[in-house]
Design a protein around this ligand. Structure first.
Ligand code: NAG
Ligand code: NAG
Ligand code: NAG
Ligand code: NAG
Ligand code: NAG
Ligand code: NAG
Ligand code: NAG
Ligand code: NAG
Ligand code: NAG
Length: 545
């Protein structure tokens, strides 16, 4: 190695050490990268897991950029100066390892593409309710088999501000598909309109509640908001007397089914976990025409029948006891928006008034354009709009088994988060926070991927997927109460969305899905210009005052 190279290396080492000192003073721990055939994950075990204390720019002249990339950056920090004439380089993971003499790729040799992002912090859009994941029976079962230290790392990875700062959570009223078996309360006695046997929670709830309380304790999550949904009532309430297949709620049990929801809310509240929201039921179309695909617990509703139930039973019953509980409508796929609500309204005009939120599942977003949700937003501008379920592996053409390290899957999340936030969504709740290597357990083998995967063979490790970090580029840096502000890009070389945070600082998420680095200039109406060069296949959050 020549002298020039040697001193460059020393300089780099010094910078690296200085960086480490700065990082350790922020109580941060880097990712323990491991390579699998499809890409890189961060490995956590009982004694080690990566965290990042929320960085913030030192002063008005500085910006901080947090970066993750296909090549191996995971929440790495670079800082720079506002109004600098040069582009601050975000050095990709493998470039920082490689020898200076190494040949650049054809793409890298060409002059980098450029894009300007104009941020107007005076132009406001929606406020953010938050981001979260789901605590299903499968999640509860997996956690229960892991040591307390590993459980705590899973809780903190998702819900601590040093993790990805989730504040929303979805859970099921009774069972869901991610369970070891289908179940509901008061399965016996049958035809029991008084729900005489639903006086206490199921042991599976008690376990889940104990775990969620532990999660709250170890993460210091502020204002955890739990949203619940029922997948199916006990079979005797249904026309087909089965867990799955084409079904309706028997009309003689409309009020019983509303009472059942209130009973559940009361019991969870008594157990110390008050509930923020419920929905009118998970994926009602599964029991109407999607029985071929959804072989798990479900209850079919048409919008008209549901309007009657909400207007006559659920709405008044909930409001008599819980005035402020958020009630989300639909809880089904994007293509059912907004005709579902139009039909409800046509049948019973007050039915939609009981709904304080609209929630949607992301599964067909690649086929159905956002115009479906834009229509709903236009008609009901004051309702909270959340994505309430998302995961990859649900389609026959996708691998259901988790693909460890898949950056492509991480990118899919980035792309869809950007699109929904640009279309005025107030937040996003992902599906299972952790699954096993098969993408279960699931009693109907409806296996899917998850942002973290536990090794249920050695019970000693879990793996944080690229999806965890791409979601984290939003959830960690865009806290509840942030407001989206205008961010116009001059071309499609990168995608972006920007927020004004409650602390007065700005967070700009920038996503480069291309195979070459891009020169990005962020022009802020107040602060001036931030110039950065971001590597291929990467996602970033820029923070400045
Ligand atoms: C836990 O992970 C750390 C960091 O990768 C490693 O040094 C340590 O050996 C691991 N511990 C066990 C018990 O595997
Ligand atoms: C760095 O990683 C990217 C993405 O994985 C790859 O395309 C590129 O060839 C790598 N470069 C080097 C020098 O290893
Ligand atoms: C980097 O340079 C060193 C010293 O010249 C050499 O031994 C090593 O093989 C090089 N590594 C790579 C990845 O080229
Ligand atoms: C966002 O929140 C602020 C402060 O509470 C409020 O003034 C504003 O109207 C909200 N914006 C929207 C679009 O709801
Ligand atoms: C998880 O724990 C249950 C009961 O504690 C046990 O029956 C089961 O075998 C365990 N599963 C795994 C994968 O370790
Ligand atoms: C009440 O439910 C429990 C648990 O499902 C069941 O074992 C019991 O038989 C039920 N009681 C009656 C009276 O049906
Ligand atoms: C419940 O009602 C159904 C439908 O009327 C009836 O077939 C069934 O026998 C009833 N079950 C009991 C335990 O009474
Ligand atoms: C899980 O642990 C087992 C046993 O140590 C090991 O053979 C396996 O490769 C691990 N799984 C993954 C995905 O690393
Ligand atoms: C950057 O330059 C702009 C325009 O000259 C100026 O308004 C702004 O205050 C500057 N920002 C900083 C942080 O110095």
């Amino acid at each position: 190695m020549g002298d020039a190279q040697g001193s460059l290396k020393n300089l780099l080492t010094l910078c690296f050490l200085a960086g480490l000192v700065a990082l350790s003073s922020q109580a941060s721990t880097p990712c323990a990268l491991r390579e699998y055939p499809a890409g890189l994950v961060c490995v956590c075990n009982a004694t080690y897991c990566d965290y990042l204390e929320n960085p913030s720019p030192e002063n008005e002249n500085e910006f901080v950029i947090v970066s993750s990339s296909k090549a191996g950056l995971r929440f790495d920090i670079t800082s720079g100066v506002i109004n600098a004439s040069d582009f601050t380089q975000v050095v990709d993971y493998n470039e920082s390892l490689q020898n200076a003499t190494q040949e650049k790729t054809v793409f890298e040799k060409a002059a980098p593409r450029t894009v300007t992002i104009q941020v107007d912090r005076e132009k406001h859009f929606q406020n953010i309710t938050g981001f979260g994941g789901s605590f299903t029976g499968a999640v509860s079962y997996i956690l229960d088999n892991l040591s307390q230290d590993i459980q705590d790392h899973i809780y903190k990875s998702f819900y601590s501000p040093h993790g990805i700062g989730f504040n929303l959570m979805r859970t099921s009223i009774g069972g869901s598909d991610f369970e070891l078996a289908p179940w509901a309360y008061n399965e016996l006695p049958e035809n029991d309109t008084t729900l005489s046997n639903f006086t206490q929670l199921d042991p599976r709830d008690e376990k889940r509640i104990e775990q969620i309380k532990r999660l709250k304790l170890v993460t210091n999550v502020e204002n955890l908001r739990i949203k619940a949904a029922a997948w199916s009532p006990p079979r005797w309430m249904k026309t087909n007397n089965k867990w799955t297949g084409m079904s309706r709620l028997k009309e003689e049990y409309y009020q019983t089914w509303a009472d059942y929801h209130v009973r559940w809310l009361e019991l969870w509240e008594e157990a110390g976990l008050p509930i923020w929201a419920i929905s009118t039921g998970n994926e009602p179309t599964n029991g109407v025409y999607l029985m071929m695909f959804a072989k798990f617990m479900s209850l079919g509703w048409t919008p008209r029948k549901q309007a009657v139930w909400v207007s006559d039973n659920l709405g008044p019953t909930i409001r008599s006891k819980y005035q402020d509980l958020v009630i989300f409508g639909n809880d089904d796929q994007r293509y059912t928006f907004s005709f579902w609500f139009k039909m409800m309204k046509a049948k019973r005009s007050d039915s939609v008034d009981y709904l304080t939120g609209l929630s949607v599942h992301w599964y067909w977003d690649d086929i159905f354009e956002p115009v479906f949700i834009d229509d709903a937003r236009k008609e009901m501008p004051d309702k909270i709009m959340l994505v309430s379920e998302s995961c990859i592996g649900d389609k026959p053409w996708q691998s259901a088994v988790p693909i460890l390290g898949s950056w492509k899957r991480g990118e899919k999340f980035a792309r869809n988060f950007l699109q929904n936030l640009q279309h005025d969504f107030n937040g996003w709740i992902d599906w299972n926070i952790v699954l096993d290597e098969q993408g279960g357990p699931n009693y109907v083998s409806n296996f899917v991927d998850a942002p973290s995967v536990a090794n249920m063979t050695n019970l000693n490790e879990f793996y944080k997927q690229p999806m965890f970090y791409t979601m984290g580029h939003f959830s960690k840096f865009i806290p509840e109460g942030s407001t989206r502000i205008a961010a116009e890009r001059t071309n499609v070389n990168v995608d972006t969305v920007a927020f004004l945070r409650p602390d007065g600082s700005v967070a700009v998420v920038i996503f480069n899905s291309g195979y070459a680095s891009v020169n990005v200039e962020v022009r802020d109406t107040k602060q001036g210009s931030i110039k950065i060069n971001i590597p291929q296949k990467s996602i970033h959050t820029i923070l400045y005052k």
